[in-house]
Ligand binder design. Structure first.
Ligand code: AKG
Ligand code: FE2
Length: 206
């Protein structure tokens, strides 16, 4: 059932969509309340401390040694049917945003996947696109930053290489970056002073 979208959410979705259409990427600050961001950050740190985060590969049949030169983050997938109240709120809004996109932009999103990502000091993700060569299911990339008071000295910028320009985005807590998974090349610069925390995911057609 499609319920009505509240005005603030609508403005946030429109900001992301307008950015994507005019600049190849959208950015929206304060996408979630500071409390929810702090709670999700806490969840991520809990996973990290419990040792449930692991190194992700870069393709379907990945080579660990090679991958380490390309990305150094560790991840933990979020279960779509999570019992965690904070993750439920996150998933609910992602559902709403996906429906909004399908309705207003005639996209064909019918699935999504999200993981927590922890970039320790010295970690990075070299320039890449998110869609796999063998699987074109990933339509849109969505990154939500969970960092507390991040600034330029901390490094860890997301760099987007669009056709027009190179754009640098600081991973400030509550900020969302949104772009197409099949075309927009991007990279994560080295986290310099402290771990860089986020939720990364893809809106998909499967
Ligand atoms: O964390 C970011 O800013 C981007 C992460 C990314 O590019 C990825 O996980 O594919
Ligand atoms: Fe990426």
């Amino acid at each position: 059932m499609q319920t009505t979208v509240n005005e603030l959410h609508k403005q946030q979705y429109e900001r992301l969509i307008t950015g994507l259409i005019s600049n190849e990427f959208g950015v929206c600050d304060d996408f979630f309340s500071a409390d929810l961001i702090a709670g999700l950050r806490n969840n991520l740190m809990q996973h990290y401390k419990e040792g449930t985060m692991y190194r992700a590969g870069i393709g379907k049949d990945s080579d660990y040694t090679k991958d380490k030169e390309i990305r150094r983050d560790v991840i933990c997938w979020i279960n779509e049917k999570t019992e965690d109240d904070l993750e439920k709120m996150f998933i609910q809004k992602m559902n709403e945003f996906s429906n909004y996109l399908n309705k207003t932009c005639y996209t064909s999103i019918n699935a999504f996947e999200f993981h927590y990502a922890y970039y320790d000091i010295g970690s990075f993700y070299k320039r890449h696109i998110d869609q796999f060569q063998t699987d074109n299911g990933r339509l849109f990339s969505f990154v939500l930053y969970l960092n507390d008071e991040w600034n330029t000295d901390d490094g860890g910028e997301l760099v987007l290489y669009t056709k027009e320009k190179t754009e640098t985005i600081l991973p400030i807590g509550g900020r969302v970056a949104f772009f197409k998974s099949d075309v927009t090349e991007h990279e994560v610069k080295v986290a310099l002073t402290r771990p860089r925390l986020s939720i990364v995911g893809w809106l998909k057609n499967v």
